[in-house]
Design a protein around this ligand. Structure first.
Ligand code: MTE
Ligand code: MO
Length: 438
């Protein structure tokens, strides 16, 4: 509980005005230090507190609402109730596995991973937002409004799974630095937009093009506006896939602010860091993109496996591309009590980067024996797949339910941990939950 609560306290400890801006979109008058809650900020704070705030206009800036400061309840990001806020800045939050049970991940349950400071909602106007296409391998520079994107290109919707490259990091031994995600930095919403391919072709792709990358409207935590927090990309072939989208809608609605409103790139099946939020510019490159978090050790793993704890020189690290096969148990919730001798219908999702999931098996005896689950086909390529299995526990006691998926190339999840790597990426170990049989 204490851990979960740290999120808001740390934010306020480090920079109260920044916390105000980040959490509520509250602006502060520099002279009077009085906070101005925008309408949406007021709605968000009221919703989080559970009541309207008659004197909101008198509330000083940088003040942590006492409702949270004095409460043992974990802080919730407005509109993301139930997510677990990780204890660093800026806001990063993951979704408990049982809240990822929907076939299509609702906005409120999509994790949040920010590298910088998101643009304040009050500064975002979808009517004036523009997207530039350029770079040394673009035939010409093009600027398009969201309305022009919508008018000029065909619309497409795909359910695309997005998983942070660092999902599962918390389990690595020795520990690695970064957000200590457990299993919930993943989701699979329905995205609507235009094909990245169509927009690239509109600008013209030169023969020497090899990479396509994004720039966005978030700013660096240092406050230095000339420093870009993150700018990543994908090889041209991935960019040209029919499922790679420039999206303005998620699940038929505006994209949630923390997930990239009003425009984002979505390339399913790769580390979600390639999916630029608050998208403002796309560059077609004649070399592997070299923006922040593309180089050094970011989103890279040893090209050859290494002993845990090794120092690995940068030139022996390779960029993560398609994510490895993985699965989640989304029902029941870990810790459930279940009657002995009764069948328990368990379910979850499985995904495998660019590949399909061929098989999911479950075990209730620590992996000694495995039972095959029924696996549905994906809604489309790069969507996760639903699986179901019925299990029965004959004796009372403590059990663990494990799930293990295998992809179309025959690769399976490791039961305990995959290869250690310096930044703690790609932990696709089997998900396990506790079941108390009574
Ligand atoms: N502009 C921008 N895009 C970004 C990021 C960011 O910090 N800024 N984070 C990336 C990372 S590391 C991940 S895992 C995903 C997270 O997407 P989400 O916050 O919508 O879940 O967005 C990616 N796109
Ligand atoms: Mo990420």
């Amino acid at each position: 509980m204490a851990d979960k609560k740290r999120g808001i306290h740390e934010l306020y400890d480090q920079d109260p005005l920044e916390a105000d801006a980040l959490i509520w979109g509250r602006k502060t008058d520099p002279v009077s230090r009085r906070g101005f809650l925008t309408n949406s900020g007021l709605v968000a704070m009221s919703a989080a507190i559970g009541a309207s705030i008659p004197f909101a206009h008198l509330m000083p800036g940088g003040l942590i609402p006492a409702a949270f400061a004095q409460s043992d309840e974990p802080f919730a990001i407005p509109g993301k109730e139930g997510l677990i806020v990780l204890n660093d800045r800026p806001l990063n939050a993951e979704t408990p596995a049982h809240l990822l049970d929907d076939d299509v991940t609702p906005g409120r349950y999509l994790f949040v991973r920010n590298n910088g400071r998101p643009p304040a909602v009050s500064t975002i106007d979808p009517d004036t937002w523009t997207l530039e296409i350029g770079g040394e391998s673009a035939e010409r520079n093009v600027t398009l409004s969201i309305a022009e994107l919508k008018e000029r290109f065909n619309h497409h919707s795909y359910q695309l799974q997005m998983e942070c490259g660092g999902n599962g990091r918390s389990e690595f031994v020795p520990p690695t630095a970064g957000n200590q995600w457990s299993v919930g930095a993943v989701g699979c919403p329905m995205w609507t937009g235009v094909r990245l391919r169509d927009v690239l072709e509109h600008a013209g792709v030169k023969d020497d093009a090899v990479y396509v990358a994004y720039y966005a409207a978030d700013t660096h935590l240092s406050g230095d506006t000339s420093t870009v927090p993150i700018s990543r990309g994908v090889p041209l072939a991935k960019a040209l896939e029919k499922e790679s989208l420039i999206a303005w809608a998620m699940n038929g609605e505006d994209i949630p602010h923390m997930n990239g409103y009003p425009l984002r790139l979505v390339c399913g099946g790769w580390p979600a860091s390639v999916c630029g939020k608050w998208l403002t510019r796309i560059v077609i490159r004649n070399k592997v993109h070299d923006g922040p978090k593309m180089t050094g050790a970011s989103y890279r793993v040893p090209c050859e496996s290494v002993a845990p704890g090794s120092d690995v020189p940068d030139d022996q690290l390779c960029i993560i591309e398609s994510m490895p096969v993985k699965s989640l148990i989304t029902y029941p919730k870990s810790g459930i009590e279940h009657g002995a001798g009764k069948a328990l219908a368990v379910r979850g999702h499985a995904w495998a980067g660019d590949r399909d999931v061929k098989e999911v098996r479950v075990s209730i005896d620590f992996g000694a024996t495995w039972k095959r689950a029924r696996v549905a086909s994906p809604a489309n390529r790069l969507a996760w797949q639903r699986w179901h299995a019925d299990v029965e526990f004959t004796e009372r006691g403590y059990y663990e339910l494990w799930a293990r998926a295998t992809d179309s190339a025959g690769r399976s999840q490791p039961m305990v941990l995959p290869g250690w790597n310096p930044r703690g990426y790609l932990n696709n170990a089997c998900h396990r939950i506790a079941v108390q049989v009574v």
